[in-house]
Design a protein around this ligand. Structure first.
Ligand code: COA
Length: 253
């Protein structure tokens, strides 16, 4: 096992042929900051060129897979303060040619859910939840989810999730085709790693080809990422979004 950066907010660990990219900011439910996006982009791109790595596993913390983008970063972006490295991450995710497995424990919110649409195999804890409250924040869906979610879940479920912001339980996510397996929380990572190793043991070139054929062209996804990002950027500046971000930080717990 090779651990690259223990203790960082994104850690990278290579277990034989499987690279585990872990979001590691548990005190903030793994809300993704701009440096975390940059670290994940880097880890994905490096995995892409490392001949040893045959599968990538995305993981989080016991209470949270990922609570979405950091809303404080959204506020800074609304004021023009930060570079949108998120879009780089989305392209790295969509362009990545190695199979992606996800181990979801706890909450998966916003991009925590939409990144799963780019994954090939998702294992979830029975208590995991999936939500994309974009519209409630005055925003629109990202990560090409406006394209991928209707394809994967069907339009009705995609609308309920992405537009109405209704959360899904792990069982509902499995019924919808977002999740492959629902297991006890304690078994999520081992089950996901087993699946990753199973995929990694297959002939890599054939896996790459099959995956590419099944997923269709990257260009359509890339174009949708850009279109969504342009709207998203404008909406971040809207009064509705600013009010929603402020309300999040002043909410009563
Ligand atoms: N951005 C910034 N901080 C976040 C965050 C986010 N997306 N999600 C959680 N946090 C922070 C909280 O502010 C809190 O910080 P504090 O302890 O300094 O007050 C900490 O993480 C723990 O969150 P908390 O809300 O207390 O945990 P919870 O278990 O009650 O709820 C969530 C978890 C994920 C349901 C809730 O935090 C939430 O709704 N987060 C926002 C999700 C979101 O809208 N993301 C953007 C989607 S586009």
């Amino acid at each position: 096992m090779r651990e690259h950066n223990p203790g960082a907010t994104v850690t990278v660990q290579d277990q034989g042929t499987v690279r585990i990219i872990r979001m590691n900011r548990p005190d903030k439910k793994n809300a993704l900051t701009q440096p975390m996006y940059a670290a994940m982009t880097c880890a994905l791109r490096e995995a892409g060129t490392d001949p040893v790595i045959r599968c990538i596993m995305l993981a989080g913390a016991p209470q949270a897979f990922c609570a979405g983008s950091d809303i404080g970063d959204f506020q800074k972006r609304a004021d023009g303060g930060l570079e949108p490295v998120t879009v780089d991450f989305l392209h790295a995710l969509a362009r990545n040619e190695k199979p992606l497995v996800a181990a979801v424990n706890g909450v998966a919110v916003g991009i925590g859910t939409t990144m799963l649409l780019h994954c090939d195999h998702v294992v979830a804890a029975s208590g995991a939840s999936f939500a994309t409250p974009f519209l409630k924040l005055g925003l629109i869906p990202e990560a090409a989810s406006s394209l991928l979610a209707p394809l994967r879940l069907g339009y009705a479920r995609a609308f309920s999730l992405l537009v109405m912001g209704r959360p899904m339980t792990a069982v509902e996510a499995k019924e919808a085709g977002l999740v492959n397996a629902v297991v006890d929380a304690a078994a999520v990572e081992a089950t996901a790693l087993e699946a990753a190793q199973e995929i990694a043991a297959l002939p890599p070139h054939a896996v790459k080809l099959a995956r590419k054929l099944m997923r269709g062209q990257y260009e359509g996804v890339a174009e949708r990422i850009e279109i969504e990002a342009a709207h998203f950027k404008e909406l971040l500046k809207s009064d509705a979004a600013k009010a929603a971000f402020a309300a999040f930080f002043t909410r009563k717990k």
